[in-house]
Design a protein. Structure first.
Length: 170
């Protein structure tokens, strides 16, 4: 199995700019951006900067996952939701949308912090093959993948030293 770069730093920057423009067009008032740990957090921060600044936060879905049974508990980094989200427009931000299970977990946890007026989903990469009826409102890059493929987003802020979307075919 070999990996190849599907999107480089320039393509990722262009996708983030396009996502920010789409968000700005739909939201006259800045929404709250909540990144799903780990790569969703720096993506939310980049989107906030591209939007001219808006509230950002982080959500850690580790304890809300449905696949922890029989595994050692991974490290919990914690959530940091900005203030009260009651009645606000919230955009969940993640790097890759695949089965939909991560988003489901994030929605369950988000409800612990209040009831937003609306929740939307923004992803850098949508690779299809959903297991749950979840769709992104904003998509930076669409990839056609098979179930055995692996998509990895590497970001400068996450220690990769560069930005890239890698695709490894099964």
């Amino acid at each position: 199995m070999t990996s190849h770069v599907h999107a480089d730093a320039a393509a990722i920057a262009q996708a983030i700019d396009r996502l920010a423009a789409e968000i700005a067009a739909r939201h006259p008032q800045p929404p709250v951006l909540v990144g799903i740990r780990t790569n969703g957090v720096p993506l939310a921060q980049r989107l906030s900067a591209a939007l001219g600044g808006c509230e950002t936060g982080a959500i850690d879905i580790t304890l809300y996952r449905d696949d922890l049974q029989g595994r050692a508990l991974p490290q919990v980094l914690g959530s940091d939701i900005p203030g009260d989200i009651e009645g606000k427009r919230v955009i969940l931000v993640d790097d890759v949308l695949y089965t939909g299970r991560t988003v489901r977990s994030a929605l369950i946890e988000l409800a612990d912090y209040g009831r937003p007026q609306r929740v939307e989903l923004c992803v850098l990469v949508d690779r299809g093959l959903r297991e749950l009826p979840i769709a992104a409102d904003y998509v930076g890059i669409r990839l056609e993948t098979r179930s055995g493929d692996h998509v990895k987003v590497e970001l400068l802020e996450s220690g990769a030293g560069h930005d890239a979307v890698l695709l490894r075919r099964a």
